[in-house]
Design a protein around this ligand. Sequence first.
Ligand code: PMP
Length: 409
Amino acid sequence: MTLFDVQAVRDQFPALNQQVHGRPLVYLDNAATSQKPRAVLDVQEAYYTQDNANVHRGIHELSRRATEAYEDARIKVARWIKAADSAELVWTRGTTEAINLVAMGWGLDNISEGDEIVLTEMEHHSNLVPWHLLSRRTGAVLRYIDLDDQGRLILDNLDELLTERTKLVACGHVSNALGTINPVERIIEAAHAVGALVLIDGAQGIVHLPVDVQALGADFYCFSGHKMCGPTGIGALWARRSILEAMEPWQGGGEMIRFVHKDHSTWAEVPHKFEAGTPNIAGAVAMGAAVDFLSDLGMEAIAAHERAIMEYALARVGEIAGIRVFGPESLDERSAVLSFLLGDAHPHDISTILDSEGIAVRAGHHCAQLVMKRYGVAATARASFYLYNTTEDVDRFVDGLGIVKGIFG
Ligand code: PMP
């Protein structure tokens, strides 16, 4: 059931209104990045054409306006995820930088040799490699929650996996490679019971689910603007204020200091002590506009629309002989990602053939090589849906797969 007029929504996304290889574009690469609505583009342009100045430093009108817009956007995004305080929201380049900030800013001071970090087999490389780096520097041991055949986390042995040695559990909210929605509340509760902190990689979760960081109860929640209608190069780390206050800054420079002496410096208050240098001001302001756009539609309505599209897509691809769909069978456990293989066709060939029909999907390991290894494949093709996709898009996609089958048998 769609609770908004999808055509009217589509009309607000200029990039959707184009021909690719002579066919109207069907954009199904949303898990990689979303298209941007006019409202976001307008706010970004208005910022650069009217208010552009550096933040926090100037005592002139444009700097005052830029600072206000930058800080208002922080308040907007913080309220949207129901943070207790906007000071708990640190602007970053995106999810990757947010996770690295925690690994280096929190991890180096709180993880020692023999301590354990629990990850899952379905993590994006962004939520693996920072922990590899930390483990190399500290001697921390990395342990993993495995996946079942449907791409769900196996949690039966969680009590054995989590011990007093566990210092952190870092887990994705929603998998970009399988679409699985993880039962993060259960993981958070179990981790806290042994005194471990929990980082949630929310890069895909924030896009499809209403997020309430206080209700969720995690300690860190990381996300990117570009997958949720905002620009690239901006995202955020949310963390509880007490944790941020206890953390050392991980980058030094302008903006993040209180006083600088010859041999040491003192830090600004949170969140500023984590925002060294000139930030992505326009990006933050535009991400605030993206939140306005999503709030107007309503995250529940977006989730309901995506669920309907996914239900339709699963039913339609289910008619295709030789298709192998990855991820959970139940719609309650999966988000709008359809990872698949079709007969003997290589995912890159599938993607190339679909592209020639104006249909954008992704092929590869989706920065989740552990997932590929778990299922014994080198790559998958992936169609990922968003709030502006329609059943007509799904029909075009299925027609395209018919062409693939025609070529590869
Ligand atoms: N985690 C997940 C689950 C993702 O899907 C992505 C983006 N593909 C990231 C992390 C990294 O996000 P970014 O590249 O915006 O930092």
